[in-house]
Write a protein that binds this ligand. Structure first.
Ligand SMILES: CC(C)(COP(=O)(O)OP(=O)(O)OC[C@H]1O[C@@H](n2cnc3c(N)ncnc32)[C@H](O)[C@@H]1OP(=O)(O)O)[C@@H](O)C(=O)NCCC(=O)NCCS
Length: 141
């Protein structure tokens, strides 16, 4: 069953908000792109899980272009939008904005589109409509 809190395609909302830390920086003092990618993946999971509280895996992430750097101490906001609900997968758009540590301005950093797939305990895709519990098993009632 699809949960009542599942967002309709089209609504954009905050999925994740983090503060960048010294461990996230490269030797130039800006944040590694891979760190942002990891959070994009987590934001995609957060969004997918709103559709059903089961196991979700990332099947695909499209091209990611970084338009502006993220600095140490910036707050980074990850906005999510479900753009497609399939049989066993959802397509999620994640938009990333840095909130500058210095003056609080919001800077668009990057965006990505992810396909997240609902799976059972064996790792096989399951229909979202049957992905009724957090263990990934199909519901018994
Ligand atoms: C994702 C995975 C479960 C898909 O398994 P599969 O046998 O290829 O599944 P299917 O072909 O039945 O596709 C299932 C759904 O995923 C979608 N899908 C699968 N691969 C896709 C891809 N590369 N791009 C876009 N959509 C994809 C299909 O369109 C389908 O969607 P729908 O049911 O909503 O129409 C499997 O490939 C897998 O386990 N991959 C590893 C996932 C993972 O570990 N990610 C983290 C990597 S560290």
């Amino acid at each position: 069953m699809t949960t009542e809190t599942a967002p309709p395609p089209g609504s954009r909302h905050l999925a994740l908000r983090i503060v960048t830390m010294p461990r996230d920086t490269n030797h130039y003092g800006t944040i590694f792109g891979g760190v942002i990618l990891s959070y994009i993946d987590q934001a995609g999971f957060v969004e997918a899980r709103r559709h059903a509280p089961c196991r979700w895996v990332t099947a695909a992430i499209d091209r990611v272009d970084f338009k502006a750097p993220v600095h140490l101490g910036d707050i980074v906001n990850f906005y999510a939008q479900t753009t497609r609900i399939g049989r066993t997968s959802v397509t999620v758009r994640i938009e990333v904005e840095a909130e500058r540590n210095t003056d609080g301005t919001h800077i668009p950093v990057t965006a990505a589109t992810l396909v997240m797939v609902a799976i059972d305990q064996a790792g096989l895709p399951i229909p979202i409509s049957q992905a009724g519990n957090a263990t990934g098993n199909t519901p018994t009632a």
